[in-house]
Write a protein that binds this ligand. Structure first.
Ligand code: GDP
Ligand code: MG
Length: 219
């Protein structure tokens, strides 16, 4: 078995569902309770399309503003990014765009796997953020992928993390052999995969007994 570490950073305004998405991915359940996060890091074993299990770290961050220095540090160390807004909050969408811009400035535009995610897709009746517009802005202005999820019902959650990690894996292994990542090779492939998520592929996500309870809190 080959083991490697990948780090996914989850960012976005408070209350958009970041913790719920990570908990749904790792533990497979949802809760209505709201506990504001400081910063939690989860270690998880995931089987990626190369057939191997990889240890991945998912960093669930605090809602913006409070800790800008921590946010910059987590962006610098991340391999892949999930930037979350809630489809029922235009304000959270604007915040997500700002954060995605920040990631692009720090890591290089279009250089890292990044997905702008409209969570709470089950609350369509309260929608403030139009899906087509959000998708167009993500792809054209931010050069990242776009997806809507529901942490509540687990919609698109597994696929989001698995596709993102696959893209990170390609980039990290290319980095290791010293090759230059040509702009637009990895990311569009991920984008087209993400577009196909509606007809969801089978994804294998496994948690080892050891990995399951390794949750560390960073203060
Ligand atoms: P965070 O601050 O971004 O980590 O947000 P949380 O994960 O703590 O979620 C904030 C609130 O939104 C909680 O009450 C969750 O139960 C709720 N929530 C999160 N995701 C969803 C979702 O997909 N649908 C619905 N209806 N509620 C959600
Ligand atoms: Mg949280």
């Amino acid at each position: 078995m080959m083991l490697k570490d990948y780090s996914v950073v989850v960012l976005g305004a408070g209350g958009v569902g970041k913790t719920s998405m990570v908990v749904q991915f790792i533990h497979g359940f949802f809760t209505q309770e709201y506990n504001p996060t400081i910063e939690d890091c989860y270690r998880h074993l995931v089987q990626l399309p190369d057939g191997y299990y990889h240890t991945v770290e998912i960093l669930d961050t605090a809602g913006t503003h409070q800790f800008p220095a921590m946010r910059e540090l987590s962006i610098r160390s991340g391999h892949a990014f999930v930037i979350v807004y809630s489809i029922e909050s235009e304000e959270s969408f604007r915040e997500a765009m700002k954060i995605a811009d920040m990631v692009n400035n720090i890591k290089g535009r279009g250089k890292v796997p990044m997905v702008l995610v409209g969570n709470k897709s089950d609350l369509n009746q309260n929608r403030e953020v139009d899906m087509d517009r959000a998708r167009q802005l993500s792809v054209d202005s931010l050069e990242c992928a776009h997806l809507e999820t529901s942490a509540k019902y687990g919609l698109n959650i597994n696929s989001l993390f698995t596709e993102l990690l696959s893209a990170a894996m390609h980039i990290v292994s290319k980095d290791h052999i010293g090759a230059t990542i040509k702009k637009g090779i990895i990311i569009p492939r991920m984008r087209s995969k993400l577009k196909r998520l509606a007809s969801d592929s089978v994804v294998h996500v496994a948690t080892s007994p050891q990995a399951r309870n390794q949750k560390c809190t960073i203060l």
